[in-house]
Design a protein around this ligand. Structure first.
Ligand code: MD6
Ligand code: FE
Length: 215
């Protein structure tokens, strides 16, 4: 079904990276401004912060969350938490439009899913910020795909294999792109190259929303 709209310019391109990983070019563009406004609202209550890795390093990416579960990292490790450790309050609710976008992206991608996301990680990359190669494996449920929405400055995504040493492909991710990976590709290693400075007048950082079913 991925070629169904190949000749229809009104349908955004769908690129299959692997058997159960799909890039929906520009899929979130109609919602992009609203998503950025949502992020601004959420981060008034749960501000971006630089978490510390179990190895003791401060992450270059600034992170916060919304939803039932938020992703946290500290000297004890990576995990999900029902409360924001900075405030001890529950994370802000996930905006309905985010869940709606996630459901539409899953449907269009054709990937199978065990249920709706309950954890939304929000990342902010200033130029130079990066995310080293890792697997997303702190979730209890690997039956739902990871749904990743890119906003703002473009980035080069590293798409690896199931082994850390497997060779990586570079995938350009732009404002409005949605990338999903699930099924046999759910545990692939991935990362983000240092984000480059944008051109004058463009946005000055990259935002990424990653939705998962964690519980
Ligand atoms: C991204 N983020 O920011 C992708 N995974 O484009 C991730 O892959 C990620 O930021 C696990 C935990 C935190 C993350
Ligand atoms: Fe990840």
């Amino acid at each position: 079904s991925s070629d169904l709209f190949a000749d229809d310019p009104s349908q955004p391109a769908q690129l299959r990276l692997s058997s159960e990983a799909v890039l929906l070019k520009g899929f979130a563009l109609p919602d992009a401004e609203a998503l950025l406004n949502d992020i601004a609202e959420i981060t008034q209550r749960a501000p971006f912060r630089h978490m510390v890795t179990p190895g003791g390093k401060s992450m270059s990416v600034a992170t916060t969350s919304c939803g039932d579960l938020g992703w946290v990292s500290d000297s004890r490790g990576y995990r999900y938490s029902r409360t924001d450790p900075q405030s001890d309050l529950p994370w802000p609710a996930t905006p309905a439009r985010w869940l709606d976008l996630a459901a539409r992206a899953v449907q269009v991608s054709g990937l199978s899913s065990s249920g709706a996301p309950d954890a939304c990680l929000i990342n902010r990359y200033v130029p130079g910020a990066r995310l080293s190669l890792h697997q997303d494996r702190n979730e209890r449920d690997f039956g739902a795909p990871i749904i990743s929405i890119s906003l703002g400055l473009p980035a080069i995504f590293l798409w690896g294999g199931i082994q850390r040493a497997d060779r990586t492909r570079t995938i350009p991710l732009e404002h409005g792109d949605v990338l999903l990976w699930g099924g046999v590709d759910r545990l692939r290693f991935h990362g983000v190259r240092p984000v480059a400075q944008g051109v004058a007048s463009a946005r000055d950082c990259r935002f990424n929303i990653t939705m998962r079913k964690a519980d």
